[in-house]
Design a protein around this ligand. Sequence first.
Ligand code: SF4
Ligand code: SF4
Length: 201
Amino acid sequence: MDAETCLKKLSYVGVLAFATVDEHGAPQVRNISAIHYEPNVLYFFTARGKNFCRELLSDGRVQVLGYTRYKEMIRLSGKATPADDQKKWIDAIFAKQPFLANVYPGETRDIGMVFCIRDMEIAYFNLGVNPIFRESYMLGAGAISPKGYEITDACVGCGICAAGCPQRAIAEGTPYRIEAEHCLHCGRCAENCPVKSIRRL
Ligand code: SF4
Ligand code: SF4
C-alpha cells in the first residue's frame, strides 16, 4: 500500500465524509462527492455561503474519511487551501460529476469555491485481513504523527501482554515488541502490564 493507491481507493468510494472544526471548537462533518483527484492532490468543491467553506477559510484543518467494501478505512488529515485557478478546477469537478449541473445549473456554479489538500497524512487501516493491517503515509510536507503503543526497556519479559493481545501483535524479545502494522491501538496490553512498561505514543 502507498499514499497514491489510498487516494485511488478513495476515488472509488466516491462519497467521503469531511470533518472540520467550527468557530466554537465543535466537530462538523458532512458528505462530499464533488471531488477531483490528481495523483497526489485532492480537490473538492463547496459553495462560498456554506459554513463548511467558512470553516475551511478560517481554520483549514480537515479530515477526510472513506470506507471501502473490503473493510478498509482510509483517513486523510491535512490543511485545505483555496485552489489556484478556480474556474479550471470548478469545471474539472463538474465535468467529472454530471449531477452537479443539476444542483448548480448554468452560471450558478460561480458561487462555488474549490479547495485543495496538498500536504496530508494518510492512515490506512484494513480490518478485512487477519491479522489486521495498518500503515501511515505522507504526501507533500509534514511528518507522520506517532500513534499507538510502545514497549519500553522496563519490560521484564513476563509475556502477559503477548498472550492477551487480540491480534497477537506482540513479539517476544528484550524488551517485547509491538508490531505496529498489526496493532489495533486498543490499549489492552498497556492496561495489563504488571510493571507499566507500555506507553502510549
Ligand atoms: S506485560 Fe509488560 S513486562 Fe510483561 S512482557 Fe509485556 S511489556 Fe513486558
Ligand atoms: S494495543 Fe491492543 S492490539 Fe495493540 S499490541 Fe496492545 S493489546 Fe495488541
